[in-house]
Design a protein around this ligand. Structure first.
Ligand code: SF4
Length: 196
C-alpha cells in the first residue's frame, strides 16, 4: 500500500518507517506539527527530520506554511489539561493527514505518534480510526500499528546518527510540565533569598 505517515519528529520516524517498509508499504512522510514550541525547537526537529529523510531515502511532504503557533494556542484555550489538549492536538494533525492522504490517493494514513511510549497510545488509535470513519466519502483507512516495539531501535539509531532528540513532547504546556521540578527548585531559592 501507499501509506502517508504523519511524522511528529525524526527520532520517532526511524523505526516506524522501517516497520512499515518491512510490511511492504511504500511510505511518504508528512511533517505537519503546529504544536511545537518555540520556533527554534520546530527548526531543530525539522532539521532532524531532514536527516532521517536523507538517511532513509524517505520522501517528505513539508507543511511549514501551516505552522502557526498563535492559532494553535488559541485552539487550546480552555482545553489546557493534558487529557483534553492532547486529544485535540492529535485530532488536528491526523485530520490534516487524512485529508492530504485522501486527496493524494494514498491507500492509508498513520502516525509516528504510535511509536512513543510517552504518548496516549489508545487515544491516538481511537482518534485515527474515528477520523477515517467520520469522513467516509473518500475511504482512506487509518493504519493502526503498535510501533512501540521499535522503541529501543529508534533511540539507538537516532543517537548513532547524532540527530536532535527532544526532551519534551512539543507544546509550551508540555515543556512547563517537563521542567516543573527544575523551575520549582529555582523558585524555591528565589523565595529564600527574598525572605532574607
Ligand atoms: S503534550 Fe504533546 S500531544 Fe499533548 S498537546 Fe502538547 S504537544 Fe500535543
Amino acid at each position: 500500500m501507499r501509506v502517508l505517515l504523519h511524522a511528529c519528529c525524526g527520532p520517532c520516524s526511524i523505526a516506524t518507517v522501517r516497520m512499515l517498509r518491512d510490511e511492504g508499504h511504500e511510505v511518504t512522510a508528512l511533517f505537519l506539527n503546529p504544536n511545537i514550541h518555540p520556533v527554534q525547537e520546530y527548526l531543530r526537529r525539522r532539521e532532524a527530520m531532514q536527516e532521517v529523510s536523507r538517511r532513509l531515502d524517505l520522501p517528505v511532504i513539508w507543511r511549514d506554511a501551516e505552522y502557526d503557533p498563535v492559532a494553535w494556542m488559541r485552539q487550546m484555550a480552555w482545553r489546557e489539561q493534558p487529557g483534553v489538549r492532547c486529544r485535540v492536538c492529535y485530532a488536528t494533525r491526523l485530520e490534516r493527514t487524512h485529508s492530504i492522504a485522501a486527496r493524494g490517493g494514498y491507500d492509508a494514513f498513520t502516525t509516528s505518534l504510535l511509536y512513543s511510549r510517552r504518548q496516549r497510545h489508545e487515544v491516538i488509535a481511537e482518534v485515527g480510526h474515528g477520523i477515517a470513519a467520520a469522513i467516509s466519502d473518500v475511504p482512506t483507512p487509518f493504519l493502526y500499528r503498535d510501533f512501540r516495539t521499535g522503541w529501543q531501535e529508534g533511540i539507538d539509531t537516532s543517537r548513532e546518527w547524532g540527530i536532535h532528540r527532544q526532551n519534551y513532547c512539543g507544546c509550551l504546556y508540555s515543556e512547563a510540565e517537563r521542567f516543573a521540578r527544575d523551575f520549582a527548585k529555582v523558585a524555591g531559592v528565589k523565595e529564600e533569598r527574598e525572605n532574607i
